[in-house]
Design a protein around this ligand. Structure first.
Ligand SMILES: O=C1O[C@H](COP(=O)(O)O)[C@@H](O)[C@H](O)[C@H]1O
Length: 241
């Protein structure tokens, strides 16, 4: 599994942006479309802004790219916490992506219904082809969660590919997440992690004992490629860094 360690976050972001464009070109040439699951939280915003910048925007046939979300907070799409809003602001609106290319979680529904509806959207979109993303972008929380697969939550036991609701008891909030079996069907999965605050989580996930209940990102083992793009700060506790 390639772990790419770059001196700075900016360099990691540029290398990942180039990889994104490369995969998009290959997928569009082979299958006529590029289907991506976006990550949320704070780290990917800079990647999205970079992809929409003059440096990269002409490197992808954006009209053939379809966007889903690896996870979403159960808040309105106008809420500052919304992963959809972040992606819309940083990537989708600047690139003029059409609404029919974007599959957001319907957070106006109650959490379980929103998850069921999202599972159905995925099934309809991929009908017959199997639900396989060309690329899943993921981040890593400092508690080793990824998407909304949080430590010690029941969704970690899920064996079916789909979307599920997750209740975070400490924050008393719901999220919707794609399950590990679904994420693992992807042709490529990429973690983008930068900053010293993530170094312990990176070390535990990549080098610690296998304990996905504590380190859920260890559940990610796709049938396709798996890459980690790190800066030196996030990689600082890895033995070879
Ligand atoms: O909550 C979330 O966090 C993880 C990590 O996000 P970051 O803000 O620490 O970079 C992210 O992968 C997930 O999509 C997001 O909803």
């Amino acid at each position: 599994m390639p772990v790419h360690i770059h001196p700075t976050a900016d360099e990691a972001l540029h290398h990942l942006a180039r990889y994104f464009c490369e995969l998009a070109g290959q997928a569009i040439a082979a299958r006529g479309r590029f289907v991506v699951a976006l990550s949320g939280g704070s780290s990917p915003r800079k990647l999205y802004e970079l992809l929409a910048s003059t440096a990269f925007r002409d490197s992808v046939s954006w009209g053939q790219v379809y966007f889903f979300f690896g996870d979403e907070r159960h808040v309105p799409h106008t809420d500052a916490e919304s992963n959809y809003l972040m992606a819309k602001t940083a990537l989708l609106a600047p690139l003029g992506i059409l609404p029919e290319q974007v599959f957001a979680v319907d957070t106006s529904l109650p959490p379980a219904a929103a998850a069921q509806a999202y599972t159905r959207s995925l099934e309809q979109f991929f009908s017959g082809d199997g639900t396989q993303f060309d690329l899943v972008l993921l981040g890593l929380g400092d508690d080793a969660h990824t998407a909304s697969l949080f430590p010690h939550t029941p969704v970690l036991q899920e064996t079916q590919a789909g979307a599920r609701e997750v209740f975070l008891a400490d924050k008393q909030v719901y999220r919707i997440t794609l399950t590990a079996p679904l994420l693992n069907q992807a042709r490529a999965v990429v973690f983008l992690v930068y900053g010293a605050g993530k170094s312990t989580a990176v070390e535990r996930v990549l080098n610690g004992a296998h304990d996905p209940a504590r380190f859920p990102a260890q559940l990610i083992a796709p049938v396709g490629e798996l890459h980690w793009f790190l800066d030196e700060a996030a990689a600082s506790l890895l033995p070879d860094a």
